[in-house]
Design a binder for this molecule. Structure first.
Ligand code: XMP
Length: 526
């Protein structure tokens, strides 16, 4: 390995103790130009060594260090002479393992707190590495019940808040630093500086890691895992599966076969776009399954949203299975699972993460299909996946595509799904998107679409009186899709869309704009 490659591979493993912020730590480290991966808190030393870490970060977590079964790390990680930064629970577990004491459940602190960092004396000198460039008084974000109570003479106190006298500490002999607050969240204004200080002043990172290096590392990992085996990848038309397929193709070339199920619930030209990108541009072996009839007849008469999802999920598995059976020697299935999918479904590394909601993607295809899963995007966030897509040469319209739900237009066609309604939705959707793109709003809105309501209203057209369905426009701004606000689309654009819809799409009487935030309103109507 050349010196340059080796510098690019400098890794900071983040031991994930189950914090909802563990994900953010890795992302901040990568954004600072250093490769970061999330690993299980009890990762073995030998496994850790294979990552060639230049530093370790111990994340926060919901447990109390004295809880039975609380996640722990191997105490020997502190003997590796690698810098360690413990955050919140990560600081507490380290102190406990290194001979200090944690006070369970005393005065908790939640929210912003005033941090004081002395700049003179022994404390000031010892604080200089982690707090260089951070004001003596600054705001930090706290979220803890327990806190470190006693540290003993081996440690030095670096900073305090009114409710937490030991808000930052370091060990005298070992390269260990601990912070009770969360430097990874944006509510800690100098948090990025503190993390960068750890990476650059303490771990001496080279800072040369870029998304292109992720490609090299991932390609290497995929090749070692897959060997000469064949890999199937299901394409949905969305960015996650597209990037997965492009990465797999880079790694294993012709060993990759992609399957695209046309369920008849897609937007206009979706199938053609996928075909032209993957078959014509990347020359990937793409099998398109035309299953529209099966999906639409299985949905006949069904109006209840969850029932629609179940029917669509089952029809998808049947169609996928049939296509996969035509590729008999495939052992691996590549999926575009992202880190938020993993954590939301409680499948995180700590195995303790609060189970927030079952996710549509994780476990979307059942284990009985018998494939080994390859999930190369498992540690990434959506914005990182988009950057990766650009590095891999995917076209802009795929990289920046708004998310589209697995059940497709079926959940935007309220009530029963019929071919006529789907046709109308496709036409209306195309008009809305054309106008949003033309107005330069596609990238600034997170998701923009039309919903066909099961409501009729009166319209006077020419001399006639029509009684026809209503279309709702939905456009939201969001970064994580867990919360969202309705997009403030300028009135003149809304007016143009409305005008075009009632004039160009037959069968619409009226257009309304949805101004509900999430929560309480979900992004989709069903
Ligand atoms: P909601 O409606 O729950 O949507 O606020 C959040 C995000 O998830 C998408 N969504 C789905 N995606 N299968 C999917 O693959 C589904 O059943 C599904 N329901 C909602 C939605 O489009 C938004 O991006």
């Amino acid at each position: 390995m050349t010196a340059a490659t080796s510098a690019n591979r400098q890794t900071v493993p983040v031991l994930d103790f189950g914090s909802q912020y563990a994900q953010l730590i890795a992302r901040r480290v990568r954004a600072a130009g250093v490769h970061a991966v999330l690993v299980a808190p009890d990762i073995s030393l030998s496994e850790l060594r294979t990552l060639e870490p230049i530093g370790l970060i111990l994340s926060g977590g919901p447990a109390s260090v004295y809880d039975p079964g609380a996640p722990r790390c191997d105490p020997a990680i502190f003997d590796l002479n690698i810098p360690v930064l413990g955050i919140c629970y990560g600081m507490q577990i380290a102190v406990e393992l290194l001979g200090g004491r944690v006070q369970p459940g005393r005065a908790g602190e939640y929210g912003a707190a005033r941090l004081t960092v002395p700049s003179s004396g022994e404390q000031g000198a010892m604080a200089a590495d982690l707090f260089s460039g951070v004001p003596e008084e600054t705001s930090v974000w706290m979220s803890h019940g327990d806190q470190v109570g006693e540290i003993g003479p081996e440690f030095v106190k670096l900073a305090a808040t009114p409710g937490c006298p030991l808000a930052a500490i370091r060990h005298r002999r070992r390269p260990f630093f601990g912070v009770q607050f969360h430097p990874e969240v944006t509510h800690t204004p100098h948090g990025t500086k503190i993390l960068e200080n750890f990476l650059y002043r303490v771990c001496h990172a080279s800072g040369t890691w870029r998304m292109g290096n992720f490609v090299d590392i991932a390609v290497d990992k995929i090749r070692r895992r897959v060997g000469a085996g064949r890999v199937i990848c299901g394409l949905s038309g969305g960015v996650d599966s597209a990037v997965t397929a492009a990465l797999l193709h880079r790694a294993v070339g012709d060993q990759l076969v992609c399957i695209f199920v046309d369920n008849g619930l897609l937007r206009k030209n979706e199938r053609q776009n996928v075909q032209s990108t993957f078959r014509d541009h990347f020359h990937i072996d793409l099998r398109v399954v035309d299953a529209a009839d099966e999906f639409i007849s299985a949905l006949a008469g069904v109006t209840e949203p969850q029932r629609k999802r179940i029917i669509i999920g089952k029809a998808f598995i049947d169609a996928f299975k049939r296509a996969a059976a035509g590729i008999p020697d495939a052992h691996f299935l590549a999926q575009g699972t992202l880190y938020p999918d993993v954590i939301e479904s409680g499948h995180g590394y700590a195995r303790t993460a609060a189970n927030i909601k079952p996710h549509h993607n994780v476990g979307g295809l059942p284990a009985e299909l018998g494939f080994e899963l390859v999930e190369p995007l498992r540690d990434l966030f959506k914005d990182e996946v988009r950057r990766l897509g650009e590095v891999l040469g995917l076209p802009e319209h795929i990289v920046w595509r708004h998310p589209f739900p697995g059940p497709g237009l079926a959940v935007r066609c309220l009530g029963e799904v019929t071919r006529e309604k789907l046709q109308l939705l496709r036409q209306a959707d195309e008009i809305l998107l054309e106008e949003i793109v033309a107005a330069g709003l596609y990238r600034s809105t997170a998701q923009t679409f039309v919903v066909l309501l099961p409501v009729q209203s009166v319209a006077v057209m020419g001399d006639g009186r029509n009684y026809q369905p209503v279309i709702a426009l939905r456009s939201v701004d969001s970064t994580d899709f867990m919360t969202a606000d309705w997009s403030r689309i300028p009135y003149d654009i809304l007016a143009r869309v409305s005008n075009r819809l009632v004039n160009e799409v037959r069968g619409i009487s009226r257009v309304v704009y949805d101004i509900t935030s999430k929560p309480p309103g979900t992004i989709e109507w069903e």
